[in-house]
Design a protein around this ligand. Structure first.
Ligand SMILES: Cc1cc2nc3c(=O)[nH]c(=O)nc-3n(C[C@H](O)[C@H](O)[C@H](O)COP(=O)(O)OP(=O)(O)OC[C@H]3O[C@@H](n4cnc5c(N)ncnc54)[C@H](O)[C@@H]3O)c2cc1C
Ligand code: SF4
Length: 540
């Protein structure tokens, strides 16, 4: 039902998906085989590979302008601002077909089985209503769709078989690996969603450059080149530059469609039988809170009061140092190996849960100059060039994915003042790093420093503040079986609105200590399957 007959109304669809990123693409592709009429509304554009910065010599400069990881600095007209002033971690995302996968580093670990039962194992936070084993077939299916390079047999994980051989360790990785062998600590070549061989029509990685601002070669699996072409061929419609303002409901309290702004800025109504949110851990609570009505005064699907709460961002210290020979610099995929030595809880360490160590290559020439000047490593004057030569391409890095736990005061709300270019209230985040996480970060920084020193690195530097936020936006519409303690049920359906589903990182109960996209997509495929299995009596 059009809530306002003055607004143009589109033809009704069976399924309306909001957001075309990691999870939106996966759910669209999976549901396509039902032959339902499926539409995805995406506020951003298709990004042409020829526009990626890695095609040009100014690629580093463009990481601080139109391909910046922060929407507040990038400021494309397709972005929406996020007030992150009250958070030590700044938001990173991308708004366009492919969502965050356009800019992601493609480090592709799965969650561990223990991550789904934190309450049982450690007496904190909550258990998930699903297990690793519920998701296992969907991890495999998603790996096949995205294309994952790696090495089977990692003792830190249940067995699984990556689709392609691992990305070579390179000079940097080999040095890291030798140091880990000396220390006797676990390491393994990472699962990465970058093709190490030609894969399903995609060319293999040729070490063009740094992957984060987009891979022009098509080796990095962003969903615009993996799921979307197949979903569209199967009949899904993807409408870009369409920004959803709110989800509407009918007299029965069911979702009836959305009000959105089309590519010409015209406000329209799109009716739908079922709405699926895939707008990420900030975009989804923002939309639900912006969909408040007389019947749902605290926002849609929010009878628990938990929409927007329990935001988890993965605090991400980085430690780096310099060795006395050139290593890989910015060439080749950034992160090629991980260590799970400190992943599972050991109370003797003084904190609960744990972290992944991610071993990374270095950085580009401009970034080396800027960050080294800022840190006082690179002086002006007669030693400038000599010092720079001793830094350039000699950096070795370890990034640390720290598990942060759900805390209700870490949250997404609507900013009372800030709005996007369509006048829609923007999201505001309030976030603090907990004492448990701080202790974990210090432990991890000490271990990473030990590894780098063993690898022969000097001039060590650790960043604690996460200005380099990893873009992991989790937990703000958590899943659970108890409607008082969760927003969606164990198969992604809103407890309050029976034809409303959430498939993005919002539904996470705890965050694990891994990059989330592999698990986000496995969950989206799992929820799609739950929908398919229940189609006959979905809304009972
Ligand atoms: C710089 C960077 C590096 C990263 N590196 C890694 C990594 O190495 N490994 C890893 O696992 N993860 C990484 N990530 C995180 C990864 O990108 C995200 O976890 C993943 O993309 C989240 O998927 P999603 O489906 O929840 O949301 P997204 O992929 O963010 O997609 C959400 C989509 O919804 C759209 N949308 C939102 N609101 C609206 C609206 N109102 N109307 C219409 N459309 C809307 C957005 O435009 C966007 O396209 C990285 C992220 C960044 C930014
Ligand atoms: S290093 Fe490989 S995956 Fe990364 S941008 Fe270059 S070609 Fe693409």
């Amino acid at each position: 039902m059009n809530p306002d007959t003055t607004r143009p109304t589109d033809e009704i669809v069976d399924v309306l998906i909001i957001g075309s990123g990691a999870s939106g693409a996966a759910v669209a592709w999976s549901l396509a085989d039902t032959k339902m009429r499926i539409l995805c509304l995406e506020q951003g554009d298709w990004i042409k590979p020829t526009d990626f910065p890695s095609n040009g010599r100014d690629w580093e400069a463009r990481r601080y302008s139109d391909f910046d990881i922060s929407p507040n600095r990038r400021k494309r007209d397709t972005d929406y601002p996020v007030n992150d002033d009250n958070s030590p971690m700044k938001v990173a995302n991308f708004n366009g077909v492919g969502g965050g996968t356009i800019l992601y580093t493609a480090h592709y670990p799965r969650m561990h089985p223990s991550d789904f039962k934190v309450k049982t194992l450690d007496g904190i936070a909550d258990d998930w209503p699903i297990t690793y084993w519920d998701l296992e077939p969907y991890f495999t299916e998603n790996d096949r769709m995205m294309g994952v390079s790696g090495l089977a047999g990692d003792p830190a994980y249940p067995p699984h078989q990556p689709n392609m051989p691992p990305i070579p360790l390179g000079k940097t990785g080999t040095r890291h690996a030798r140091a880990m062998n000396k220390l006797g600590w676990h390491w393994w070549p990472s699962d990465i969603s970058v093709a190490s061989t030609d894969y399903e029509g995609r060319a293999k990685c040729i070490n063009l450059g740094h992957c984060t601002p987009g891979c022009a070669q098509g080796a990095k699996a962003s969903t615009d080149i993996t799921y979307w072409p197949l979903a569209i061929r199967a009949g899904v419609e993807l409408r870009t530059r369409c920004r959803v303002r709110e989800i509407t409901t009918n007299e029965q309290g069911m979702a009836s469609g959305v009000i959105y702004y089309d590519a010409n800025g015209e406000e329209r109504f799109q009716p739908a039988e079922m709405v699926i949110l895939a707008a990420n851990g900030i975009g989804t609570p923002r939309l639900l809170l912006n969909s408040a009505s007389a019947r749902f005064p605290n926002g849609l699907a929010n009878s628990s009061g938990l929409v927007g709460k329990n935001l988890m961002l993965h605090p991400w210290p980085q430690v780096f140092g310099y060795v006395d020979e050139e290593v890989d610099g910015d060439r080749a995929p950034m992160t090629v190996m991980w260590s799970k030595e400190f992943y599972e809880t050991d109370p003797a360490r003084g904190f609960l849960r744990g972290y992944t160590l991610q071993f990374s290559r270095g950085t580009g020439p401009a970034n080396e100059a800027i960050t080294s000047m800022a840190a006082g490593r690179l002086p002006w004057g007669k030693d400038h060039h000599k010092t720079y030569r001793n830094l350039l391409y000699r950096r070795m890095q370890i990034g640390i994915a720290c598990e942060d736990l759900p805390e209700e005061h870490n949250r997404v709300t609507l900013d009372p003042v800030l709005k996007d270019s369509h006048g829609i209230p923007a999201a505001k985040i309030d976030y603090t790093i907990s004492e448990n996480t701080r202790r974990m970060m210090e432990h991890a920084i000490a271990r990473a420093s030990e590894i780098l020193t063993t690898a022969g690195a000097k001039n060590l530097f650790a960043s604690r503040t996460a200005l380099n936020s990893p873009g992991h936006l989790l937990g703000t519409a958590r899943m659970g079986t108890d409607p008082a303690r969760s927003v969606v049920n164990e198969w992604g359906r809103s407890h309050d609105v029976k034809n409303l589903f959430i498939v993005d990182g919002s539904v996470w109960v705890t965050s694990g200590g891994v990059n989330p996209t592999s698990t986000i997509q496995a969950i989206a495929l799992y929820i799609a399957d739950q929908i398919k299995q229940r189609l006959a009596n979905l809304f009972d």
